[in-house]
Design a protein around this ligand. Structure first.
Ligand code: ATP
Ligand code: MG
Length: 410
């Protein structure tokens, strides 16, 4: 049994012993019924947050206003949420009011999809008032209750439907899908971070292409933040989206997706920042986009070596792996280019400035100059000259090349 599950069951036992109801709820029940080990376990109870906190010393009030506290048991964290009803979603993103209730079914009724609206007690009995098990069998994503109402309350549910479509490979029930198309205007006020988090989860699914194409099919980009604020998102993907499924990681999928949306390579950084992605990933993705959009494809050996010097061999090869998807070069030609790159990297005499036969101080002394900001571009130039095999990595050759670099053009 996983530590998370053990912690959840222990928490439930303690709640029951204190006279409260306690159930596993949401994604963990769904995943267990599918035979998949859940990533995390959520517990729902009729105990109010203060009662939960009193029962478990050292709990963190994670979202007290919404009734959630985090209990640590057996070294693992369990989110314990009080049964609640939600009312009045005037901004289409969160409830104006949350009321604690004592009835499990009411709590399940506020949940998004039938497959996420099941609960399981300590004895393994499943509570399923909305037909979640039947929908699991039929591999269907269906809103709990009236889809139009549910998407008007919280517009993120539409993006979540598409995310579960990607993650589980289920189809979306026709009425639920029709409501997605007709409620799209409600998407506008959503927080970008929530949209980005759902897209990020889609990239981790094995085959996100078919799900992403739903965004186009239902015309969601005209209302989905931050995309609707960008000056242009193509009406149709610029290249076949099916390629998306071939890329192994999220970074490459983000870059491919944005290029497929029609974002120009030089705007990728700006667009990724507006998606509130972490700046470390943005830097990497910008490099991937620059390599992928580099023209003319294929790069020559010398151009490839320059890219590898700047970003390393792995990133370069990942960048060119986007060529076939962007219809810039065929699959086989790209594979050959990638293999060639391994060979080119091996014959490059050095890859880092520290490997030069002279350091900055020695170079400055040899040129009879005081070290300063002028050194950095010169060292970078020397690194490139040596790495590309134009000059040997000897002190003499470096000093001569440094002198030539320092001279103004005549
Ligand atoms: P994952 O495996 O990605 O964690 P999950 O189903 O556990 O999937 P969470 O975002 O962790 O999804 O949410 C936990 C549960 O809370 C869901 O299963 C669902 O019952 C409920 N839920 C989450 N977000 C919403 C929402 N926007 N509207 C209604 N219910 C929601
Ligand atoms: Mg979850």
């Amino acid at each position: 049994m996983s530590a998370n599950r053990e912690a959840a069951l222990k928490t439930m036992k303690k709640l029951e012993r204190a006279g409260y109801q306690a159930f596993l709820v949401g994604g963990c029940v769904r995943d267990r019924l599918r035979g998949v080990e859940p990533a995390d376990y959520d517990v729902a109870t009729d105990a109010h947050p203060e009662a939960v906190m009193a029962l478990f010393p050292g709990t963190a009030p994670t979202g007290l206003a919404h009734g959630t506290v985090t209990v640590t048991a057996e070294g693992a964290a369990v989110e314990v949420t009080t049964f609640r009803r939600e009312a009045g979603y005037s901004d289409h993103r969160r409830p104006d009011e949350v009321q604690f209730v004592s009835d499990l079914t009411e709590d399940l009724a506020r949940r998004d999809f039938t497959i996420n609206a099941m609960a399981e007690d300590l004895r393994g009995q499943v509570m399923d008032p909305f037909g979640g098990q039947e929908d699991l069998k039929r591999k269907t994503i269906r809103a709990v209750g009236e889809p139009l109402e549910r998407f008007t309350e919280d517009a993120l549910r539409m993006v979540r439907a598409i995310r579960f479509h990607a993650q589980l490979g289920f189809t979306i029930d026709p009425r639920t899908e029709a409501a997605i198309a007709s409620c799209r205007e409600n998407l506008r006020p959503l927080a970008v971070e929530r949209v980005t988090a759902e897209l990020d989860k889609m990239w981790k699914a094995p085959h996100p292409a078919a799900s992403i194409s739903l965004l186009w099919m239902h015309g969601l980009f005209c209302c989905l933040p931050p995309f609707f604020q960008w000056d242009s998102i193509a009406d149709q993907p610029q290249v076949p989206l099916s390629h998306l499924d071939r890329f192994p990681d999220s970074d490459t999928r983000w870059v491919f997706f944005l290029l497929a949306c029609g974002v120009e390579a030089d705007k990728i950084g700006m667009r990724l920042e507006s998606l509130r992605l972490p700046s470390r990933s943005v830097k990497r993705m910008v490099a991937l986009a620059q390599i992928a959009a580099y023209s003319p494809a294929p790069p020559t050996a010398e151009e490839a070596k320059r890219w590898m010097l700047e970003y390393g061999g792995d990133l370069y090869r990942e960048g060119i792996s986007l060529f076939p998807g962007l219809e810039r070069l065929g699959v086989e030609a790209t594979e050959r280019l990638s293999q060639d790159a391994v060979g080119w990297l091996e014959v490059m005499p050095i890859l880092r400035r520290e490997e030069l036969a002279l350091d900055g101080q020695e170079l400055a002394d040899s040129l009879h100059r005081v070290p300063g900001p002028w050194l950095k571009p010169m060292l970078e130039h020397l690194l490139e000259q040596v790495a590309l095999g134009r000059i040997p990595n000897t002190k003499q050759a470096l000093i001569e090349a440094g002198e030539a670099f320092g001279k103004p053009d005549s």
